[in-house]
Design a binder for this molecule. Structure first.
Ligand SMILES: [Zn+2]
Ligand SMILES: [Zn+2]
Length: 238
């Protein structure tokens, strides 16, 4: 159903016309100007070397990640385009909660730049982190699915929207400890069908916080027959 999401991406542009002010700083935009504005873009902190290839966080010393010590994830590697702060945090919020889809091309571009600069092994399919259908209905779209479209175009691989499902709606996890998140998200996802058998997958989401969501998804995908799971997100919480 790739055509359907292409159509949907196009429709979102019509439903939500480009704003006249920059969504992240409120300054007036020149007609046809970039969204967010140049000044905002220059303030986004990208994840650069050294970073942890397992959890995508920037490191003070290469090869030593305090966050990953003694911890194993079911996904093999993760990448994040930028640090979840300031402009990038505002952009993700505006995109996700205010449905400001004029920010989508920029967020997709960040993902593309990240995968060009810090490539992952080749994958067969791109998989967005799913929302529960009640949540998707409420929000009107799944932000991860729209982000995954851009990644899939860049890698020239198909998006699979159906093989991974969220079994029940999970309450917001912000403010919870890693352990609490893990408990909540473990078992929240399931893989279905046979399409994932032996496949290498790239999971796409907006934010990597503790890695619990990505881990919950990756565990379900591996259980569903996937060979390997990698992760890319727009932002990582540092
Ligand atoms: Zn701005
Ligand atoms: Zn790490």
């Amino acid at each position: 159903m790739a055509w359907a999401s292409d159509l949907w991406e196009g429709l979102l542009g019509l439903l939500f016309p480009p704003p006249s002010t920059c969504p992240t700083c409120g300054e007036k935009l020149s007609p046809g100007g970039q969204i967010p504005c140049q000044s905002c873009r220059s303030r986004v902190r990208r994840v650069e070397e050294p970073f942890c290839p397992r959890c995508a966080r920037p490191l003070a010393v290469a090869g030593q990640c305090p966050g990953c010590r003694g911890k194993s994830f079911p996904f093999r590697q993760a990448r994040a385009a930028g640090i979840y702060e300031g402009v990038l945090r505002a952009a993700i919020h505006s995109f996700k909660y205010q449905k400001n889809t004029s920010l989508l091309p920029y967020l997709q571009q960040l993902l593309q730049d990240c995968l060009e600069k810090h490539p992952l092994p080749e994958v067969d399919l791109v998989i967005p982190v799913p929302l529960h259908r009640s949540k998707e209905w409420e929000r009107g779209f799944n932000q991860a699915a729209l982000l995954a479209r851009g990644v899939a175009r860049h890698l020239q691989r198909p998006v699979d929207y159906h093989s991974l499902v969220r079994k029940y709606p999970t309450p917001p996890t912000s403010g919870l400890s890693r352990r609490e998140r893990e408990k909540l998200l473990k078992g929240a996802f399931a893989a279905r069908g046979r399409r994932l058998q032996g496949k290498s997958l790239l999971l796409v989401d907006d934010i990597f916080t503790t890695g619990s969501t990505a881990a919950g998804c990756a565990a379900a995908l591996l259980e569903g027959g996937a060979e390997a799971v990698y992760v890319v997100t727009v932002a990582v919480v540092d």
